[in-house]
Write a protein that binds this ligand. Structure first.
Ligand code: HEM
Length: 489
């Protein structure tokens, strides 16, 4: 009994001493830092599953700014992480001194799970080469070619809402973007809107880290990639991995055999493959990331826009007026060109992504020791970096009355006055979102169909203030969003 007691005391003492030592890291670097808690560091609520990580980082951002610091060292669990908060320091990391911060923390091992060899995860020259190869597939011209595919999905979306008295928009928007990405990336007709058990939809949802275990595995892998690889930890379930890998193989084989072509991403990648610079596995990994990065982000942009429009009826009416006025000039038809003319629409979507950036933070890893400009501090190679997008977007210094939904903040005149890092829903610098045009286009097409045809109001089941889901790495709402729907005459 006394031996057991001593063993317990010894274990607690060892753990306590370990954390005490680890939590000295930023003091030794002489970087200002907030008091961490043993064993969760500065994000205890995220670690306990009580708070969305983006929200907890936003709180830290606010505290650091209140202290008057330009940046701080924080601890996510026991991992020292550098957090710049002054916009110039953020710009240095993501843009000016990019060569020191060109990689992200990776979430898996491409050797055992080849789907991980995608643009989000690739490092150094491998990333640079792949980004150069993929860039031509994301130009304005290529995105425009996908308009017809997206428009077909919009028709199904509008049909789905017709005759409904109320609708749950989180699931509705996810089904729409699943269809769009399925069609644009893989050339599939997924019919998620009609089919609850479409395999693409089911495997696609499981590809994102939605369980506590999957998020823990991802965090562990990001911080100890060598140990993660040694222990052979999988961060994508095998059946999900096989589904996406086989899908790419089948589509490529079918198109190559039958000489079929289509204006979608997989076709652009097949064309690159012909020159020998992409393998089938490379294509599978890139199409997989289009799904990972493109489906939930755009769905959230649509969801939060509808939610805010339902709460701000004047803004909704003004937007509908703009849509109707512009479409009148285009014979009532929604086209790529007509959408470009809807400027207030852009302001509304920008304000949505200000208040609810679909990706609430982004990360980098320091790849080369970094001596900070005008300071003695050196950020060591291997240190994690986090950019708190949600914190910046809700900062009253840049956006007075930040909880207010006000598209006027994004008028041409106001935009000119902004710091280039005060609004970064797509990240910033060479590693920013490559799919921005497609993300914005699919959301605008979907929303245009909905707002033109239906008037949305808040359903009694939906609260006026909505928090973010602690179980999501995105800015997902904590509960369903039900809206009342009324057909516009
Ligand atoms: C509203 C929709 C979207 C939002 C808000 C969004 C946001 C982001 C953000 C914040 C990043 C990280 C940038 C950084 O680290 O600085 C990112 C990266 C990325 N996004 Fe998006 N995204 C959206 C849509 C899409 C779509 C539709 C696709 C593809 C079809 C896509 C593909 C990617 C890829 C491949 C990366 C990694 C880029 C790289 O590392 O070079 N995204 N996105």
């Amino acid at each position: 009994m006394s031996f057991l007691f001593l063993a317990v005391i010894f274990t607690i003492f060892t753990i306590f001493t370990y954390f005490k030592r680890v939590f000295q890291y930023w003091n030794k670097k002489q970087l200002p830092n907030l008091q961490p808690q043993i064993p969760f560091g500065n994000c205890p609520n995220f670690a306990k599953g009580k708070e969305n990580l983006g929200v907890e980082l936003a709180h830290l951002y606010a505290q650091i700014k209140k202290e008057g610091w330009k940046h701080s060292g924080i601890y996510i669990f026991a991992f020292p992480t550098y957090m710049p908060v002054h916009l110039d320091n953020i710009k240095n990391v993501v843009e000016n001194d990019f060569e020191h911060f060109c990689d992200r923390m990776v979430g898996g091992n491409p050797k055992t799970e080849p789907l991980h060899a995608h643009l989000l995860n690739l490092k150094g020259t491998q990333w640079r080469d792949m980004r150069t190869k993929l860039r031509p597939s994301f130009t304005a011209g290529k995105t425009k070619m996908m308009f017809d595919i997206i428009k077909q999905c919009q028709d199904c979306l509008v049909k789905k809402v017709e005759n409904l008295g109320s609708v749950e928009v989180v699931e509705l928007c996810k089904n729409f973007t699943t269809d769009v990405i399925g069609s644009c990336a893989f050339g599939l007709d997924c019919k998620s809107m009609e089919n609850e058990i479409s395999p693409f939809k089911i495997y696609g949802r499981r590809a994102l880290p939605t369980t506590t275990l999957s998020r823990l595995k991802l965090t562990f892998f990001s911080n100890f990639p060598r140990l993660g690889s040694f222990l052979n930890i999988r961060t994508i379930d095998k059946d999900v991995h096989d589904f996406f890998m086989n899908l790419a193989h089948e589509v490529i084989e079918y198109r190559e055999k039958n000489g079929n072509t289509r204006h979608d991403f997989i076709q652009s990648l097949i064309e690159i493959k012909k020159s020998g610079s992409l393998t089938v596995e490379d294509i599978a990994a890139q199409t997989f990331v289009f799904f990972l990065a493109g489906f939930e982000t755009s769905a959230l942009l649509m969801t939060w826009t509808l939610y805010e429009l339902a709460k701000n009826l004047e803004i909704q009416e003004r937007l509908r007026d703009e849509i109707c006025d512009v479409l009148e000039k285009f014979d009532g038809k929604i086209s790529y060109q007509s959408l470009q003319e809807m400027k207030y629409f852009d302001q509304v979507m920008n304000e949505t992504m200000r208040k609810f950036p679909p990706v609430p933070f982004v990360n980098r890893v320091c790849t080369k020791d970094y001596k900070m400009p005008n300071e003695d501090t050196i950020i060591e190679k291997g240190t994690a970096v986090v950019i708190p997008i949600l914190g910046i977007h809700r900062d009253a210094d840049y956006y007075p009355d930040p909880e207010k939904f006000d598209p006027g903040r994004f008028s041409e005149e106001n935009k000119k006055k902004m710091h280039s890092c005060a609004y970064i829903p797509f990240g910033k610098g060479p590693r920013s979102c490559i799919g921005m045009r497609l993300g914005l286009l699919q959301a605008k097409v979907g929303l245009c169909g909905l707002v033109r045809n239906f008037r949305f109001t808040l359903n009694e089941k939906t609260p006026d203030v909505m928090g973010l889901n602690p179980g999501s790495l995105f800015s997902s709402p904590v509960e369903e969003i039900w809206l009342n729907v009324e057909k516009c005459l």
